[in-house]
Design a protein around this ligand. Structure first.
Ligand SMILES: Nc1nc2c(c(=O)[nH]1)N[C@H]1C(S)=C(S)[C@@H](COP(=O)(O)OP(=O)(O)OC[C@H]3O[C@@H](n4cnc5c(N)ncnc54)[C@H](O)[C@@H]3O)O[C@H]1N2
Ligand code: MOO
Length: 395
C-alpha cells in the first residue's frame, strides 16, 4: 500500500486517461457532454422588448393627463410607429417602438380603451425602465455554452433559444462491469448454499452508472476465480470498452488474479492499495491508450464506495466533462464520536437535516444492510475526527 490520499490518487490516474472522441451534428440528449462551444446566432433579446404588460411612453408624457393610446405592440409582430403625443399599449416580450423611452406597467395607470392617466406611482419612471435591451443577455457570436458541460434542462433551453438543434457531443464512455468469485451468482431458481452469495456488486455498480447518459454500460459479466477465464474476459472487454470496473480478487488471496490479469492486458498500475477504509486493496491502472482498469474490492460496501469515490470521477474525466471532479457538498456529522483512523475514512451516513448527517452503524465492508440504510458517505481525512464539515457523496 502507498500513502497517497484518495484525491491525489484520482488525479494521478485521471492524468493517464483518454478523453472520448466527439460525434458531430447529433441532436441534444439530456445528460450527454457537449463537445464544442455553442455560439449565439443572434442577439438575445433580438430587439429592445418590454419586460411588462403596460404602455410604451416618452418621459414627457408623464406631465400630461390624460394621454391618448394610439397603437398596440404585441409579441409576434413588428412594433407600430409611436405617433407624437400618443402612447402604445404593449405586452411582455413585444418590441418597443423606436421613440419609446420607458414602459409603465399596467398597475401604475388608470386606463380606458383610448386613453391612460398615470397614477402617482408612475411619476418617477426612469429612462429605460421595464425595457430589456437588444443583446443584453448575449451579443451575436458570443459563447453561450462551453464545450465540456453536461446537458441539463437549463442548458437545453439555451441551445433551443439559439437554434442549436444539432451539436458536437463527446461519445459516451463505454464501460464493462466484471464481477468475480466462485461463490457469487444470481441463484434465482435455486437458493444459494451457505457458502454462496448473490451478486450484489453487479447490481450496485450498474445502478450507480445507469442514471448517466454519458456512460454506456456495454457488458456486465461474471467470471469464476479462474485465471485464464478472467484473462479471456478482460481481453474481450478491452476490445469494445473504454473502461473496465472489476470487483473482487484484488487483494492477497491465492485466487486474487485481478492485478496480474490487468497488468497482462496492458494496464500500468498507478496504485494498488490506498490508505482508505473501506476498500484498501483498490487498484487503479491505465493502458498506454488511456483506457481505465479499476479493480474494486469484492466486499459490497467497499465496491460501491470505491466506484463512487474513484470510478465516477475517472469516468467523468474520460467523458470530456471540464468540471469532472467538482468540490463536493459538505455535511456536518452529528454523534461523530472521537475515533480517528490512520486512514481516510469513508463513513456511511444518513442525512438528518439540512447539511447534517449521522453515522450509520455498520459491521464492516460486508454489511450490505448498513449500506442500504445510508444516504451516502462522508470522507474523513486520516487522523481527523469530529463533526467536520466533511465532503459528502450521495448515492
Ligand atoms: N491477507 C489479506 N487479506 C485481505 C486483505 C489484505 O490486505 N490482506 N484485505 C481485505 C480487504 S480490506 C478486502 S476489502 C478484501 C477484498 O478482497 P478481494 O477484492 O480480493 O475480494 P474477494 O475476496 O473476492 O471478496 C471479498 C468479499 O466480497 C464478497 N463478494 C465478492 N464479489 C461479490 C459480488 N459480486 N457481490 C457480492 N459480494 C461479493 C466475497 O464473497 C467476499 O466475502 O480482502 C480482505 N482480505
Ligand atoms: O477495506 Mo476492505 O475494503 O473492506 O475490508
Amino acid at each position: 500500500m502507498n500513502d497517497t490520499a484518495p484525491e491525489t490518487a484520482v488525479g494521478e490516474l485521471a492524468a493517464r486517461l483518454n478523453v472520448m472522441a466527439k460525434q458531430s451534428n447529433a441532436e441534444p440528449v439530456t445528460g450527454r457532454i457537449l463537445g464544442s462551444d455553442i455560439v449565439a446566432d443572434r442577439p438575445s433579446p433580438a430587439a429592445d422588448v418590454s419586460a411588462m404588460d403596460g404602455y410604451a411612453i416618452r418621459l414627457s408624457d408623464l406631465d400630461r393627463d390624460p394621454v391618448p393610446v394610439t397603437g398596440e405592440s404585441v409579441p409576434g409582430s413588428p412594433p407600430p410607429r409611436m405617433t407624437e403625443g400618443g402612447v402604445v399599449r404593449i405586452f411582455t416580450g413585444a418590441i418597443v417602438p423606436d421613440a419609446c423611452e420607458a414602459v409603465v406597467k399596467r398597475e401604475d395607470i388608470e386606463e380606458t380603451e383610448h386613453e391612460i392617466q398615470f397614477r402617482a406611482s408612475a411619476l418617477q419612471t426612469r429612462s429605460g425602465e421595464n425595457i430589456r435591451r437588444a443583446g443584453e443577455n448575449a451579443s451575436t457570436g458570443s459563447v453561450v455554452l462551453r464545450g465540456g458541460v453536461k446537458l441539463d434542462a437549463a442548458k437545453a433551453a439555451v441551445m433551443a433559444n439559439f437554434g442549436a438543434y444539432q451539436a458536437d457531443w463527446f461519445a459516451p464512455v463505454r464501460l464493462a462491469i466484471l464481477t468475480t468469485g466462485d461463490e457469487v451468482g444470481r441463484f434465482q431458481s435455486v437458493p444459494p448454499e451457505p457458502w454462496q452469495l448473490r451478486n450484489s456488486n453487479a447490481v450496485s455498480l450498474t445502478s450507480l452508472v445507469s442514471a448517466h447518459p454519458w456512460i454506456e454500460v456495454i457488458a456486465v459479466e461474471h467470471c469464476r476465480d479462474h485465471r485464464d477465464a478472467l484473462a479471456e474476459t478482460v481481453a474481450q472487454c478491452m476490445k469494445t470498452s473504454d473502461a473496465i470496473w472489476v470487483t473482487g480478487g484484488v487483494s492477497k488471496g491465492d485466487y486474487d488474479y485481478v492485478p496480474e490479469v490487468i497488468a497482462e492486458n496492458g494496464g500500468k498500475i498507478v496504485f494498488h492499495g490506498l490508505p482508505i477504509r473501506p476498500g484498501k486493496p483498490i487498484l487503479g491502472a491505465a493502458t498506454d491508450e488511456g483506457k481505465l482498469l479499476l479493480g474494486l474490492p469484492g466486499n459490497p460496501v467497499s465496491a460501491t464506495i470505491g466506484a463512487m469515490r474513484f470510478g465516477m470521477p475517472l469516468l467523468a474525466k474520460m467523458s470530456g466533462q471540464t468540471d469532472w471532479n467538482p468540490p463536493r457538498p459538505v455535511v456536518r456529522l452529528q454523534n461523530a464520536g472521537r475515533k480517528t483512523l490512520p486512514l481516510h475514512w469513508m463513513r456511511l451516513v444518513k442525512l438528518v437535516g439540512q447539511g447534517v448527517a449521522e453515522p450509520v452503524q455498520s459491521q464492516g465492508s460486508g454489511d450490505l444492510v448498513s449500506l442500504g440504510q445510508s444516504d451516502g458517505f462522508i470522507e474523513v481525512p486520516s487522523g481527523e475526527a469530529g463533526q467536520g464539515p466533511w465532503p459528502y457523496y450521495a448515492w
